[in-house]
Design a protein around this ligand. Structure first.
Ligand SMILES: *Cc1c(COP(=O)(O)O)cnc(C)c1O
Length: 478
């Protein structure tokens, strides 16, 4: 690009070619390639031109050191991985927007191994023939749930879609009005039902549904009876739901499948870990469900996946649906899910090895002790700008695992000094400053404070090491 040398402040602006010849920029070009470097130089010069026209000092902006740093920052951003690690201090353990379950070390090792070389993904090593990719997981799932057969797809939404499309296309599915759930991010039972080609037949009311509501709804058009876990809400007060064994018997008497969307779908009893009971896939199948569906990356603590387990004839039908091919699992996910399920074969070490269960079962006293350990350094980093207190709080499991706040935890409550009328804005500035750290820290805002729930802070040293980089300039403004 050519720049006329004499127009006002633009005179100091170097040409693209000149910048590319600076030694430091030339080094960047060797590292990142000339295409990206030329782009970055153009972008940096365009930005400077705008700032000069906005009245900034042109000599300072065009200083070679400054300009080279601008180019280097642009290139580093362009070549950074799309997904950046963050500290999840929101208090929601399985946070959908932050990627849900962190994986076990075993799962990560197995992903790396499966990624690097060819594997027996769809190859039967004994016979030398084509194999089935579900085969790797099916035995494990059957052992852990008591199901006769199983298959796995991309996520639980896909599992529900595939079950309905296979078993209920152009037919009716009976669901209680109390269970027409919406899970965040556009998964709504009535919409999925429609896309699957099934017709929703709602029965009962929002708060009460009786067995006779289901019984009178069953007709020649009925494909199946469905129960959906009310993952992210609770109906309290004058309520009634039909126990699963009764629904299962009704469906069986009419020769219709009974399908339960468990949502989170635990494989072990959470009571063993001191948590409220969450019905397991095994219990639901034992109570007479013909199929259950659940997520791989909620309470199970594995990768994103949707597991379908139950009657062999129904699973066989599902596997024959051409949609199955479109929803199938990738080899990396198979590796990670298989590794995670393997950990469930030894429940004694689950708490230690599956990060979700480790985070879920942390005693409040340990979290409070952590809060006391990190509070002084945070207070010092914010000295004069904000107060830092340790406060009790409640973490939640998240992702519609169990709907209510129930895990006693401890947080740092950070309140900007001189909050007053501008308090709300200042807390937002503070939250943004924590998000702007090299490893962004994500908290939540409550009652005029930034709350950092420390339940999920496993890397305390990494957290403390970057506090120096907090940019609090925005807080100082009146
Ligand atoms: C979370 C959830 C889903 C969706 O599962 P994904 O794995 O997120 O696709 C479906 N049904 C219920 C009841 C859920 O809780």
């Amino acid at each position: 690009m050519r720049v006329s040398g004499s127009r006002g402040g633009y005179g100091a602006l170097p040409s693209v070619d000149r910048v590319l010849n600076w030694r430091a920029v030339n080094d960047l070009s060797s590292a990142y390639g000339s295409t990206a470097t030329v782009d970055a130089v153009r972008t940096a010069l365009d930005d400077i031109r705008k700032r000069i026209s906005a009245g900034e000092n042109s000599a300072a902006l065009c200083d070679p050191n400054t300009l080279t740093r601008d180019v280097s920052v642009l290139l580093a951003a362009r070549f950074a991985p799309a997904l950046r690690p963050v500290f999840n201090l929101t208090g929601t353990i399985i946070h959908t927007n932050l990627g849900r379950a962190p994986l076990a070390a075993e799962a990560i090792t197995d992903i790396a191994a499966a990624a690097a070389t060819p594997t027996n993904l769809e190859f039967d090593l004994a016979s030398g023939r084509r194999g089935d990719r579900d085969f790797h997981l099916e035995d494990q799932i059957c052992r852990l749930t008591g199901a006769a057969a199983a298959t796995v797809v991309n996520n639980n939404a896909a599992a529900v879609l595939l079950v309905l499309n296979t078993l209920a296309r152009r037919k009716e599915v009976i669901v209680s009005r109390g269970e027409l759930v919406e899970i965040g991010g556009a998964f709504r039972i009535p919409d999925v039902m429609q896309r699957a080609g099934a017709k929703l037949h709602e029965v009962g009311t929002t708060n009460r549904t009786h067995l006779k509501d289901f019984a009178t709804a069953i007709s020649g058009k009925t494909a199946l009876v469905m129960k959906v876990h009310t993952s992210n809400y609770e109906v309290r007060g004058f309520t009634r739901t039909v126990p699963e064994p009764e629904l299962a018997k009704l469906a069986r008497d009419h020769d219709r499948p009974f399908v339960v969307d468990l949502g989170s779908g635990m494989l072990v009893d959470l009571e063993d870990f001191g948590l409220p009971h969450e019905r397991t896939a095994r219990e639901t199948l034992a109570d007479g469900a013909d199929l259950v569906t659940f997520s791989g990356d909620k309470l199970l603590g594995g990768p994103q996946a949707g597991i379908i387990a139950g009657r062999a004839d129904l699973i066989a039908k599902i596997k024959r649906n051409p949609m199955k091919r479109a929803l199938r699992l990738d080899k990396l996910v198979i590796a990670a899910l298989s590794a995670t399920l393997r950990l469930y074969e030894n429940p004694d070490r689950l708490r230690e090895l599956v990060p979700v269960l480790r985070l879920l079962t942390q005693p409040r006293a340990d979290i409070a002790a952590r809060a006391e350990r990190v509070r002084p350094a945070v207070a010092e980093a914010l000295a004069g700008m904000a107060s830092v207190d340790t406060v009790p709080c409640k973490s939640q499991i998240g992702s519609g695992a169990l709907p209510v706040d129930l895990l006693p935890s401890a947080a740092l409550a950070i309140r900007p000094a001189g909050g007053g009328k501008r308090g709300g804005r200042k807390v937002a500035v503070l939250a943004a400053a924590f998000r702007a750290l090299p490893t962004p820290v994500i908290g939540r805002i409550a009652d005029g404070a930034l709350l950092l729930d420390l339940r999920c802070l496993e890397d305390e040293l990494g957290f403390l090491a970057q506090l120096d980089a907090l940019d609090l300039a925005g807080l100082a403004a009146p």
